[in-house]
Design a protein around this ligand. Structure first.
Ligand code: RIB
Length: 297
């Protein structure tokens, strides 16, 4: 199986701060680091480091060419990435606090310049049994997912950042990986009083043929499909940076599933991978190798 990861490439500007900035405040940052990131890029790196054959499609401006090198050094094929002139590469401004938590401002740039022609010409090289992995940091994901489904591809969807207009994409997804906030937005209800298992059941009521992974941060994660539901606990570590923890989880979970492993094994694999990622700074650079994760398991 080949995996087409069609998603964002971002330059992450990470500012270490004593606390998240509040209205009207001016605050000196403690440090600034620049990393390769973007949910698409991070998940491509994770899928590839976890052992799959991965092709990344997306777009960058001229100052983002180093992001392509980062993907290539993780073993990802980059031939479907458009290099655009006179368009800024996608970037983020990330505040990272002393607990390793973050707040992110996202600028789409080249990530929002994906054309239907690029989508069609890329998908033309893929077929039944291949997989498409998408998030919500590029444009036209509904078109992409519907075309991939027509081709018989497996569609995995991480609806992040969540917004109303991507709700139609859910119906095309075989695998949906999301957190509780995103689940509440999809369900259009206040889920604060619901247990994670009840949230997963509500999702399955609306999406009975999907396989759902609900991530719960330090409370672990829940896997649910029409036959089984179980909780995977989080692996306890001292977090320094949670950026890309979810992307690492997604990449390693899907690599387990696409590699023929059970949901139980894949959830454990993913949870150990993201536990390693949070002990390292940055987004893509924090993603571990398959060997590191197996050793930790
Ligand atoms: O999921 C983490 C990613 O979200 C960061 O790398 C940043 O680019 C944002 O897109």
């Amino acid at each position: 199986m080949r995996v087409l990861s069609f998603g964002s490439l971002n330059i992450d500007y990470v500012y270490d701060v004593p606390h998240f900035i509040t209205r009207g405040e001016t605050m000196a940052a403690l440090a600034l680091n620049t990393y390769s990131g973007g949910k698409g890029l991070n998940q491509s790196v994770a899928l590839s480091k976890a052992g799959l054959e991965v092709f990344h499609a997306g777009a960058v401006g001229e100052e983002g060419l180093f992001l392509i090198s980062e993907l290539e050094s993780a073993g990802v094929n980059t031939k479907y990435i458009a290099r655009l002139k006179d368009i800024r590469t996608g970037h983020t401004i990330i505040q990272r606090n002393t607990d390793g938590d973050n707040c992110i401002i996202l600028f789409g740039g080249a990530n929002r310049q994906i054309t239907k022609e690029q989508i069609d010409s890329t998908l033309a090289d893929f077929s039944k049994g291949d997989a498409l992995v998408i998030q919500n940091e590029i444009n036209d994901i509904e078109y992409m997912a519907s075309r991939a489904q027509e081709l018989g591809m497996i569609v995995a969807f991480n609806p992040s950042p969540m917004e109303e207009k991507i709700i139609p994409v859910f119906k095309y997804a075989d695998y949906i990986l999301l957190n509780e906030v995103e689940a509440g937005q999809f369900l259009r209800q206040d889920i604060t009083a619901l247990s994670p298992e009840d949230i997963a059941k509500s999702l399955l009521n609306k999406l009975p043929d999907s396989k759902i992974v609900l991530t719960l941060g330090t409370n672990g994660s829940v896997y649910a499909d029409k036959n089984i539901m179980f909780r995977q606990s989080a692996v306890k570590v001292n977090a320094v940076d949670t950026t890309a923890a979810g992307d690492t989880f997604t990449g390693f979970f899907l690599s387990g599933i696409f590699g023929g492993k059970t949901p139980e094994w894949s959830m454990k694999f993913a949870s150990h991978a993201s536990a390693i990622a949070v002990t390292r700074p940055g987004a893509a650079p924090s993603v571990p190798t398959r060997e590191e994760v197996l050793a930790k398991m």
